[in-house]
Design a protein around this ligand. Structure first.
Ligand code: GDP
Ligand code: IMO
Ligand code: MG
Length: 462
C-alpha cells in the first residue's frame, strides 16, 4: 500500500522552517505553551464543548488517550457535532488536530467521523494528523470486549464495547498488537493471519459466540481503510516536539474522566488508559515541562455510565429530573447516564491528581431548576468521617455521603453572560465548590452553546 507521502507531514511542512542554531538544534522560545482540559468526574463533563470554545487561543489541539469510547458533543449555532477520535479543535478552521501514540484508533469509526464532519461542512483536509505509533482496534478486540465485560465477577464494568480494553491489553502484551504504521508495512498480511489464528483459539476458549475471524477479509477491509487514512498518518511525536520548542500553543483534550483513570480511578470500573492529567505526557510524548495550565472540567452534579460505585447517586425522581433536564444519555452508546449530587470528596481528589489550576463548572442551568441542591462534603466510612477518596472500590461502596443542603435558586440562567449576574444562590454554590475543591471556578457554563459560557480570573477572554 502506498504511503502517500505521510513522512512529509513535518513541522516545517505545516508551519514553515523551524529556527535552528548552527548545531541544527531548534532555538527554544521561553514561553510554556501547553494547556490541558481534563475531566474530573466519570467522563461526559462537557470537555468537548470547552475545547471547542478555547481552540481559537491555540494553534494545535491534541488527543492523547482513549479511543472511540469517547463521545464529545459540540454545539455550534444550529449544528451539533459528535466526535470520538478527532479533537474538538477540528471545528475551528486553520487549527491542526493531532491524535497521538496513546490513542487507540478504530479505522471504520474514524472514517465515519471524517465523513460525517464532511457532510456537515467541516473538511478535515490537512488539519488532522494521526500518529503511526497509535494502536489499531481490530474486530477481535470488539469480540473480546463483549465476552470479557461480564468476567469481573459480580457487577459488570459496562464498557462501551468498542474494544478499548482488549486493544490496550494487546499493546502492553506486544505480541498481538498492530500499530497504525504497521498497516502500511509489507508484513501486514502475515501479522493479521498470525494474530487471527491465535485470536480464534482464544475467543473459542473464552466462550465467544462471534463468528470465526476471516484473516483474508480483515486484511482486505483494513487495507482499504489504510488507503483512505494514509494521508493523515505521520510521526506526531517529532511534530509536537518541534512545535513546543518553537513556542506554538497546544491544547490537550482529555477523554473520559479522572475517576476512570486505569491507575488512579475506581478500579476495575475504569477505562484502560490514564484519563486523568497524569496521562498527558505519556500519551502525547510532550514532556511536562511544556505544560503550564490545567483546567479541570466538572458538572455541577455527577454522572456515571456503566458499572461501579457512585456514592452520591440519586436512584430516584431527582436523579431522573437531572437526567431529563441535562439530557443525560451517552453520546457513544445512548445509554442513560446515572445521575447524582456533586461529590466534592471525589473532585478534590481528582483536582489534586490532575494538578489543576482552575475549575470549569458545567451544566449550572440544569441545577437551576431544582428547589434545593446538595453537595457531598465528606464520606462516612464504617462510622468514621473522612474527606479522603478511598483507593479500593469495596471501601468506596461502603461510603455514605455527608451532605450540605443549599436552597435552589430556581431562575433561568441560560441567558446570563457574566458570573456576577448569576442569582445569589448560584454564586454561593460556586463559592462553596471553590472552597471544598481548593481551586477557583473560573469558567461557568449555562448551556451547550459557545455563547453560554462565562469566564473569570485567569481564564477571562482577551
Ligand atoms: P464530553 O464527553 O466531556 O465532551 O461530554 P459529552 O459531550 O459526552 O456530554 C456533555 C453534553 O452536555 C453535551 O451534549 C453538550 O452539548 C452538553 N452541554 C455542555 N455544556 C452544557 C451546559 O452548560 N448545560 C447543558 N444543559 N448542556 C451542556
Ligand atoms: P467521554 O470522553 C463516560 C466508561 C464506560 C465504562 C468504562 C469502561 O465521552 O467522557 P471502556 O469502553 O472505556 O472500556 O469502558 O468507562 N466510559 C465512559 N463514560 N464518558 C466516556 O468518554 C467514557 N469512556 C468510557 O461506560 O463504564
Ligand atoms: Mg462524552
Amino acid at each position: 500500500m502506498s504511503l502517500n507521502g505521510w513522512a512529509d507531514r513535518t513541522y516545517d511542512s505545516v508551519f514553515g522552517p523551524i529556527r535552528r542554531n548552527r548545531l541544527g538544534v531548534s532555538r527554544w522560545r521561553s514561553i510554556v505553551p501547553g494547556t490541558c482540559v481534563i475531566g474530573l468526574q466519570w467522563g461526559d463533563e462537557a470537555k468537548g464543548k470547552l475545547v471547542d470554545l478555547l481552540t481559537s487561543r491555540f494553534e494545535i489541539v491534541v488527543r492523547y488517550q482513549g479511543g472511540a469510547n469517547a463521545g464529545h458533543t459540540v454545539v455550534v449555532g444550529d449544528k451539533t457535532y459528535k466526535l470520538h477520535h478527532i479533537p474538538s479543535g477540528i471545528l475551528t478552521p486553520g487549527v491542526m488536530n493531532v491524535v497521538t501514540p496513546g490513542v487507540v484508533i478504530n479505522p471504520p469509526t474514524l472514517l465515519k467521523e471524517i465523513d460525517s464532519l464532511a457532510a456537515q461542512g467541516i473538511d478535515v483536509g490537512s488539519n488532522l494528523m494521526l500518529s503511526d505509533r497509535a494502536h489499531v482496534v481490530f474486530p477481535w478486540h470488539i469480540a473480546e470486549d463483549k465476552v470479557m465485560d461480564q468476567a469481573t465477577g459480580g457487577e459488570s464494568i459496562g464498557t462501551t464495547l468498542r474494544g478499548i480494553g482488549p486493544c490496550y491489553r494487546d499493546k502492553v502484551g506486544r505480541a498481538h498488537a498492530i500499530r497504525l504504521g504497521d498497516m502500511f508495512r509489507p508484513d501486514f498480511r502475515t501479522r493479521v493471519e498470525h494474530i487471527a489464528r491465535a485470536k480464534n483459539r482464544l475467543l473459542t476458549g473464552i466462550g465467544s459466540q462471534s463468528e470465526a475471524l476471516d484473516a483474508a477479509a480483515i486484511v482486505a477491509e483494513y487495507t482499504a481503510y489504510g488507503e483512505r487514512l494514509a494521508r493523515y498518518v505521520t510521526d506526531t511525536t517529532h511534530f509536537l516536539l518541534d512545535a513546543v520548542e518553537a513556542g506554538k500553543r497546544l491544547l490537550f483534550e482529555g477523554a473520559q474522566g479522572s475517576l476512570l483513570d486505569i491507575d488512579h480511578g475506581t478500579f476495575p470500573y475504569v477505562t484502560s488508559s490514564n484519563a486523568s492529567g497524569v496521562g498527558v505526557s505519556g500519551g502525547s510524548g510532550v514532556p511536562g515541562r511544556w505544560i503550564n495550565k490545567v483546567i479541570g472540567v466538572a458538572k455541577a452534579y455527577s454522572t456515571r455510565v456503566g458499572g461501579g460505585p457512585f456514592p452520591t447517586e440519586l436512584d430516584n425522581d431527582i436523579g431522573q429530573k437531572i437526567r431529563d433536564l441535562g439530557r443525560e444519555y451517552g453520546t457513544t452508546t445512548g445509554r442513560p447516564r446515572r445521575c447524582g449530587w456533586f461529590d466534592a470528596v471525589a473532585v478534590r481528589y481528582t483536582a489534586r491528581l490532575s494538578g489543576i489550576d482552575c475549575i470549569s463548572l458545567m451544566m449550572m442551568d440544569v441545577l437551576s431548576q431544582l428547589s434545593e441542591v446538595r453537595i457531598c462534603v465528606a464520606y462516612e466510612l464504617d462510622g468514621r468521617r473522612t474527606d479522603r477518596f478511598p483507593s479500593h472500590v469495596d471501601d468506596l461502596r461502603r461510603c455514605q455521603p455527608v451532605y450540605e443542603t443549599m436552597p435552589g435558586w430556581q431562575a433561568d440562567v441560560t441567558k446570563v453572560r457574566r458570573i456576577e449576574d448569576l442569582p445569589v444562590g448560584a454564586r454561593r454554590y460556586l463559592d462553596r465548590v471553590t472552597q471544598l475543591v481548593g481551586k477557583p471556578v473560573e469558567i461557568v457554563s449555562v448551556g451547550p452553546d459557545r455563547a453560554q459560557t462565562m469566564f473569570a480570573g485567569s481564564m477571562q477572554q482577551g
